[in-house]
Design a protein around this ligand. Structure first.
Ligand code: PGA
Length: 253
């Protein structure tokens, strides 16, 4: 099966996690100005905490920078105290939702099935689902990476997924926030395996899905990582909270 990469427009997505308050809206505006001014050859998005989506959405109005969310419930509404639905996130101004981030898979025991249901809810709202996958340090050491991410992809991808409504993000759990990244060859191996799995599941569209890499992407390593085969962008945590670092990553596309 051919896994020769198509030319795919990359996506650079900032995941602010549980960081940021009203004063960081200024940073969102600065990113929007930067994206408008420099012709960045990528789709750019910031996923702030849910409390800032509304204000961030207003701050990027008319710009190419888009705003996303970090999680959602799979139901549109109901008795789920403390939860937020994809419907509500869309109403607040989100254009995409990250689902199945490892901090949710491990911190809240989210299963592939739950991730798939959340992704479906996101797609049903006409938003993009950003489905995260990744192995733990232990699984990496045991050589189980391809098996683990293949299983997560098959279990988490809704049957209605298309390259337009769904992005995949490979994030080794041990690389997140650690300053460590896999060797370029290891990233290529995983992304190629994910591409092959996507082609098996979607023989026609499989070649077009964006597969992002995430986990300690920085101004220093972005150009190397973004140039790797079958890497179609990055999901950026810590570095997306800094104007200097995130814009350096955008410049390296
Ligand atoms: P990091 O986080 O870039 O801070 O490692 C990435 C992520 O968890 O999405």
């Amino acid at each position: 099966m051919s896994v020769r990469p198509l030319k795919i427009r990359p996506a650079i997505i900032g995941n602010w996690k549980m960081n940021g308050s009203g004063k960081e809206i200024k940073l969102v505006s600065r990113f929007a100005d930067f994206v408008n001014k420099h012709k960045i050859a990528a789709d750019v998005m910031i996923c702030p905490p849910a409390t800032l989506i509304d204000r961030a959405g207003l701050a990027v109005k008319g710009s190419k920078l888009r705003i996303g969310a970090q999680n959602c419930h799979n139901e549109p509404s109901g008795a789920h105290t403390g939860d937020i639905s994809a419907t509500m996130l869309k109403d607040a101004g989100a254009r995409a939702v990250i689902v199945g981030h490892s901090e949710r898979r491990t911190g809240y025991d989210e299963t592939d099935k739950q991730v798939r249901q959340k992704a479906q809810a996101v797609i049903d709202q006409g938003l993009q689902a950003i489905i995260c996958l990744g192995e733990t340090r232990q699984q990496f050491n045991k050589g189980q990476t391809l098996q683990v991410v293949g299983r997560q992809l098959r279990g988490s991808l809704p049957s209605s997924a298309t390259p337009q409504n769904t992005l995949i993000a490979y994030e080794p759990v041990w690389a997140i926030g650690s300053g460590r990244t896999p060797k370029p060859d290891d990233i290529i191996k995983v992304h190629t395996h994910l591409r092959k799995t996507l082609l098996k599941l979607h023989p026609k569209a499989g070649a077009k899905f964006k597969i992002l890499y995430g986990g300690s992407v920085s101004a220093a390593n972005a150009s190397t990582i973004l140039a790797l085969e079958n890497v179609n962008g990055a999901l950026v945590g810590g570095a997306s909270l800094s104007f200097k670092d995130f814009t350096a990553i955008l410049r390296s596309v």
